[in-house]
Design a protein around this ligand. Structure first.
Ligand code: APR
Ligand code: ZN
Ligand code: ZN
Length: 359
């Protein structure tokens, strides 16, 4: 038995409970978690904004050590340190063949599998594949990325979602170039990673926007050169901060219709907006046909930063080793499994950066 944070049903509070994991089967690996980040997507899964089969073990941003392996997982042996990838790719579908592995048709099919058995005999699903809110997990080998040298295992958990996503939004989706202006909406874990990535990309002006005035120092540490508390005049303020034109790039890390619309309005003519935030079906964004023509802007969705995790991880590790990417600066709380519900409340209150469960 291992301790885990279980979501019994959509809308129910998390339960910290013992679960029984099976021995790893062919192609599977058992991992002892060192750390797991609390991402807004876990909150969205627990309240039904996003859906996976329940009951399930949440947690999708983790790192740890291989405990035991099933057949046919050659590169991974007990003792290996790994980062969990919640969106594994099959390597053979049309999207994988095109190199767009983040769109793999199989990425989330694992959510329907039985992952573990609860203390009362209930079958539990693996949330977003990796069920990282647990002392140990059993995952398919294609959910593992080898920990690069020189990256501390605990902080490496953040690479698995927030950092790959934020980095990818800047480098793959928005393709920020040296000297451009970038505005980032939402200063949570993902927004902070996006700000640091904008700095790495050489953005000259980096504006952070959040409803909470308390996030200013976190945002500035992550690279923001300007801080705007969200209001009705946010787009106007951003235009003022970007030579009257608007930003070259906006990245939305909230997942709400109003912030998506404001992000788009904050860019210059021909500007690019990347939506990283994941909102619900009720978040309708409207545009009129004339303004789409007039502004000539681009609005893009973004899945897991449009990254190829195995290809991007070594690049991120270079940035960590060189001190350009500060993983621990994203973390504002180090907690135990039983601290996750409070971390959700902190998130809802618009406080803090990343809460990291440290095992
Ligand atoms: N305008 C600006 N900022 C806002 C607004 C708003 N209207 N509403 C909320 N925010 C801020 C919050 O104050 C918080 O700082 O957005 C931030 C969101 O941060 P977190 O809740 O920590 O979320 P995070 O884990 O960073 O994820 C961000 O990316 O992957 C998706 O599902 C995830 O949609 C979520 C987004
Ligand atoms: Zn996430
Ligand atoms: Zn595929």
């Amino acid at each position: 038995m291992v301790r885990a944070a279980v979501l019994p049903a959509v809308g129910s509070p998390l339960e910290i409970a013992d679960i029984a994991l099976p021995e790893p089967g062919p192609g599977q690996v058992r991992v002892r978690l060192a750390a797991a980040g609390v991402c807004h997507s876990d909150l969205s899964l627990s309240n039904g904004t996003l859906r996976v089969p329940t009951p399930c073990v949440l947690g999708h941003e983790g790192a740890g050590t291989v405990v035991s392996v099933g057949e046919g997982v050659a590169p991974f042996a007990p003792g290996a340190e790994v980062i969990l990838n919640w969106a594994p790719s099959c390597g053979s579908c049309d999207y994988c063949a095109m190199g767009e592995v983040w769109l793999c048709v199989d990425a989330l099919t694992g959510a329907a599998n039985v992952h573990a058995i609860g203390a009362d005999g209930t079958e539990l699903h693996p949330g977003l594949n990796v069920a990282a809110f647990a002392e140990e997990t059993v995952v398919a080998a294609n959910c593992l990325l080898p920990l690069p040298d020189g990256v501390p295992l605990t902080d490496a958990a953040l690479l698995g979602c927030a950092v790959l996503t934020g980095y990818g939004a800047i480098h793959h989706s928005a393709r920020v170039r040296d000297g451009e202006s970038v505005v980032v909406f939402g200063v949570g874990g993902v927004g902070l990673a996006t700000l640091q990535s904008a700095r790495i990309a050489g953005a000259a002006t980096i504006v952070a926007v959040d409803i909470s005035p308390e996030k200013e120092s976190l945002a500035r540490e992550a690279g923001a050169t300007e801080y705007v508390v969200a209001s009705d005049s946010t787009a106007k303020e951003i235009r003022k901060l970007t030579g009257g034109r608007g930003a070259d790039v906006a990245v939305e890390c909230v997942g709400r219709a109003t912030t998506i619309r404001t992000a788009w309005e904050s860019t210059r003519r021909g500007g690019r907006t990347t939506v990283v935030g994941i909102g619900g079906r009720d978040q309708q964004v409207t545009f009129n046909a004339l303004e789409l023509f007039h502004w000539g802007r681009t609005l893009s969705g973004c899945v897991y930063g449009n990254t190829h995790p195995a290809r991007d991880l070594p690049i991120l590790a270079d940035h960590v080793r060189a001190g350009r990417l500060d993983l621990s600066a994203l973390v504002t709380d180090r907690i135990g499994l039983d601290g996750i519900p409070a971390a959700f409340d902190t998130m809802l209150a618009g406080k803090g950066g990343r809460a990291l469960v440290v095992f």
